[in-house]
Design a protein around this ligand. Structure first.
Ligand code: PDD
Length: 287
């Protein structure tokens, strides 16, 4: 993707021309926030919700939002149109900006805004049917996991630990409550009821998560937002992860034990199908 067009501080340019000074606080401190937004059939998925979450993340770390909602939408539309792919994954990053290294916020500083689009790997039926394996790990992250901060070192270490142990995903547990995946939210099914942890500072308020809760409710499928322990997780009939690039992805093996019969369960399948129908409607929406 060397010729891919990206956005940096008000300009569109080929990615190899996009340069950020080494004193950018994103580089020096990880002082910034980000968003990942899927695009289906060139339609941006849940744009208002993603822009709201971005505004909340910026607010939480006291970076003034550099653009109005219309400016964000206009820039994002242009990024999507500059790429041929129907399905894209947009990445937005806003850092506090460039300044001599000092932990405290500089007084006069302009945020750095970067946006790129990459091809999106959609979760096809084969990927869904295969599912993934996961292990549980101690959630070593900080106390503001609701902020989509670029400072992802704990998430990276957790994901790598899972990989080193031969699993594909890490499921995080804090004070014996399951929080989320290292880059995804988690759902379980016990006795036919879907459960996902309620939103709190312990997890990222996932946009895909919210849609799954909404679709379950609309379709009269029992779904509760409540905490569950690692023991309940191990006893679950079904487990799946959600995110902007995992959609609905079943876990079929946990800590080396096969879940149910090692195939995605019926509720996972229903939620996957409802999600695909939602996507299909979005794709055919007139823009
Ligand atoms: N991550 N929890 C964490 C810690 C995440 O990093 C993500 C997404 C999610 C799911 O949120 P959403 O449904 O809005 O994508 C939950 C993105 C995809 C990433 O870091 O690449």
């Amino acid at each position: 993707m060397t010729h891919s067009i990206v956005y940096l501080n008000g300009e569109f340019m080929p990615i190899h021309e996009a340069k950020v000074p080494v004193l950018d606080r994103g580089f020096i401190f990880g002082d910034g926030v980000y968003e990942v937004i899927p695009v289906y059939g060139k339609q941006i998925f849940r744009l208002d919700e993603h822009l709201d979450r971005l505004a909340n993340s910026l607010d939480a770390i006291r970076i003034p939002n550099p653009y109005s909602e219309n400016e964000w939408k206009n820039n994002l539309d242009q990024i999507v149109m500059k790429h041929d792919e129907q399905e894209q994954s947009i990445y937005i990053q806003v850092t506090r900006g460039v300044a001599p290294r000092d932990h405290a916020f500089p007084e006069e500083i302009t945020p750095t805004v970067f946006m790129m689009s990459n091809p999106l790997q959609v979760i096809d039926v084969d990927t869904f049917n295969k599912g993934v394996s996961a292990i549980t790990l101690n959630d070593i992250r900080w106390q503001y996991c609701n902020i989509k901060a670029i400072t992802l070192l704990p998430n990276i270490l957790l994901k790598q630990t899972a990989k080193d142990e031969g699993a594909q995903e890490a499921i995080l547990v804090r004070d014996d409550e399951v929080t989320e995946g290292s880059a995804s939210n988690i759902f379980i099914v016990i006795d036919g009821i879907i459960k996902t942890p309620p939103k709190s500072s312990r997890l990222l308020p996932g946009i895909t998560r919210d849609l799954i809760v909404e679709l379950a409710t609309k379709n009269h499928i029992a779904c509760v937002e409540s905490n569950f322990s690692s023991t309940e997780l191990s006893a679950a009939d079904e487990i799946w992860l959600t995110s902007s690039n995992k959609e609905v992805l079943p876990i079929i093996e946990l800590n080396g034990e096969v879940i149910a019969d090692g195939k995605p369960g019926p509720v996972s399948r229903t939620m996957y199908e409802l999600f695909q129908t939602y996507k299909a409607k979005l794709k055919h929406k007139q823009s």
